[in-house]
Design a protein around this ligand. Structure first.
Ligand code: GDP
Ligand code: IMO
Ligand code: MG
Length: 418
């Protein structure tokens, strides 16, 4: 059985956690394959809201195996906190989650380096979540990193050696810091030791041979991809479908469905260009109605209209086979809804995502009538107002891929399969 992948098509926070939780009953296994605690994936059910950072969003469903695979970077301190809060909910997490020996570990000094680097950048800072993601992936590609498998072999010596390297690097920055969470770090390492640490590429291979159904849960979004996102305002991993192959150790031919998830509008948190950003009342309304504040950092998210130039680019990079539209209900009260179908770049109209978004870009908009209906209680597509049907038809015609799910609220139940 092939592995299905679910990916964000925008700048993250598309509702991946919610939809993975909804889809989990159809799968035997859920994996996280890249990113780390920069991710914040929100799940809501039974009036409980839960935000996951390192752990796959299949963790609350029975009978599901969750795997953190090699491409992920893990912060033991965040991981321990997550494990404890999930255990408080009565979930036997150690029997439901395994971790790759090849996943890299975020050290407290990686977080300090992240903060020092951002502080040195001043106004041109990335707007990182400051979780140590960039420095950890730098150590991975620089071949200095510590992996989960290292915990079993002279870990303390390796930790000290890398920490001292980081102290030397920190001398390059004019940055005051104190290292005060080493104790929590080692407690987190003890928590990790309670789990089965595995060569997850073999586990996935065996599960595929047994015809098990596997869903890979992306983190961040395509426009934050290290190669194809709005560089340098990106994260430090490949968030696209190809990243699922390297992040799990599976062949490209092993990928089945590619679910592309997008909000009915756009958001971005952190710095960097955002062509359809709304710095007006419409943007404020999207933020307030959509409760657009970061799940990981609490920062207000920047909001704007849906951008089909960016969305088509993301779909091309990922080979999306099915679309999932979320936060549709946030547009319920808008009289008219705009969608960018092209960009005007230096007076030339294009539908291709340009190399640099720093040039003067004027989005070319199509305006559609809003539905002015409360969608949050809708559970059947027969109840869709005609304007929403037209909105979806318009997107499917432009994007040439069917919209298979429409989400109308944060709860597990608030979703309609088309
Ligand atoms: P993720 O990082 O892609 O998992 O998304 P986040 O959890 O960071 O952000 C999505 C936010 O929107 C969360 O607060 C979700 O509870 C919420 N959400 C998800 N789907 C919907 C929806 O269809 N409507 C509304 N109003 N909120 C939603
Ligand atoms: P989920 O999985 C939204 C953004 C940060 C910053 C840039 C680099 O919840 O969708 P990093 O911490 O990786 O160095 O930050 O990427 N960013 C996210 N934005 N959702 C996320 O994850 C993000 N993870 C990173 O705001 O602009
Ligand atoms: Mg998020």
């Amino acid at each position: 059985m092939k592995i299905d992948v679910l990916l964000g098509l925008q700048w993250g926070d598309e509702g991946k956690g919610k939809v993975v939780d909804v889809l989990t009953p159809r799968y035997d296994v859920i994996t996280r394959f890249q990113g780390g605690p920069n991710a914040g994936h929100t799940l809501e059910f039974n009036n409980i809201k839960h935000i996951l950072h390192n752990i796959p969003s299949g963790i609350f469903r029975d009978e599901t195996l969750n795997i953190i695979t090699n491409g992920v970077v893990i912060d033991p301190i965040v991981f321990k906190r997550e494990v404890e809060s999930i255990e408080k909910m009565g979930v036997d997490i150690t029997s439901k989650l395994v971790i790759s020996t090849k996943a890299h570990i975020i050290l407290p000094t990686h977080r300090i380096l992240d903060a020092a680097s951002e502080s040195a950048k001043g106004k041109s800072k990335i707007g990182s979540t400051l979780k140590g993601i960039g420095p950890t992936y730098m150590d991975k590609t620089g071949r200095n990193g510590l992996r989960i498998g290292d915990i079993a072999y002279n870990f303390n010596d390796k930790y000290e050696a890398l920490k001292n390297k980081h102290f030397n690097l920190l001398k390059l920055y004019d940055y005051d810091y104190s290292l005060d969470d080493e104790k929590q770090f080692f407690e987190g390492i003890e928590t990790i030791k309670r789990f089965q640490l595995v060569d997850s590429e073999f586990i996935l291979y065996d599960l595929m041979e047994q015809d098990k159904k596997i869903l890979a849960e992306g983190a961040q979004g395509t426009l934050l991809d290290i190669d194809f996102g709005s560089y340098p305002f990106v994260t430090s991993s490949n968030t696209i479908c190809a990243g699922a192959c390297t992040g799990m150790g599976v062949a490209p031919s092993a990928i089945g469905e590619v679910y592309g998830i997008f909000k009915a509008y756009c958001t971005r948190v952190g710095s960097g260009p955002f062509p359809t950003e709304l710095l007006n009342e419409d943007g404020d309304n999207l933020r307030n109605i959509g409760n657009e504040f970061g799940s990981t950092t609490g920062r207000p998210r920047r909001c704007g209209w849906l951008d089909l130039v960016a969305l088509k680019y993301s779909m091309m990079l990922n080979g999306v086979t099915q679309l999932i539209m979320t936060k549709t209900d946030v547009l319920d009260s808008f009289e008219n809804i705009k969608i960018a179908t092209a960009y005007k770049v230096n007076d030339e109209v294009t539908d291709r995502f340009p190399y640099s978004l720093d040039v003067s870009i004027e989005p070319v908009y199509t305006e559609l009538p809003g539905w002015n209906t409360n969608l949050t209680g809708v559970r059947d597509k027969e109840q869709f107002p005609p304007e929403l049907v037209d909105y979806i038809k318009f997107l499917e015609k432009e994007l040439q891929v069917p919209v298979k799910f429409v989400s109308v609220g944060p709860d597990r139940e608030q979703i309609i399969e088309l």
